[in-house]
Write a protein that binds this ligand. Sequence first.
Ligand code: FMN
Length: 185
Amino acid sequence: MKNIGNTIGLYPTPDTVVGTVIDGRVNWMNVAHVGMWGVRQMVISIGKPHYTNKGLLENRTMSVNMVDEGILVRADYVGITTGKETDKSKVFDCFCGELENAPMIKEAPLAMECTIDDVIEIPTHYNYIVSPVNTYVREDILSANGKIDYTKYHPVLFEMPMARYLRTGEAIGSCWKLGKEYLDK
Ligand SMILES: Cc1cc2nc3c(=O)[nH]c(=O)nc-3n(C[C@H](O)[C@H](O)[C@H](O)COP(=O)(O)O)c2cc1C
């Protein structure tokens, strides 16, 4: 094994588009530094210079839209343009749920309208701790008993080292069961 220094080896992470409203206009931003925070909350990590922060800090709501290959080109576009200079509001058709200022993407396979519960500020980033209030899912990716079926929908993943998007694959084992094969050895 070669030591390659203090490189973060946690990639790939799911790619998302965060939706907000700034001065009355919808804005979209690509965010891949996302994760679970316990079991009921998520952390969304956004660099301080980004325009999106203005809406998030004022509104205390956001949408988190999962990216699949159908919206990938546009998701990348909203990650290379800033709402400070470009009107990105028409890039996606949107719909509203229960919360104000959390526009969601109609074509996304899955969209969550979220409240911002906490903001953990570090010198470079605002880390938003958010809870989904409602999660909207395209019906074709639900299982017969109403669960999200990740073999029917393939979230796009992001990896920083080679700056690439990856496709998710097949189910390869059942969690909390596979380990029993080791026990039985
Ligand atoms: C694939 C991808 C992932 C990104 N992930 C993040 C991220 O996790 N956090 C972040 O602050 N910026 C991230 N960005 C950069 C922002 O999306 C980009 O700077 C965008 O222009 C900000 O938009 P805004 O200024 O309208 O808010 C990412 C961009 C791409 C293309």
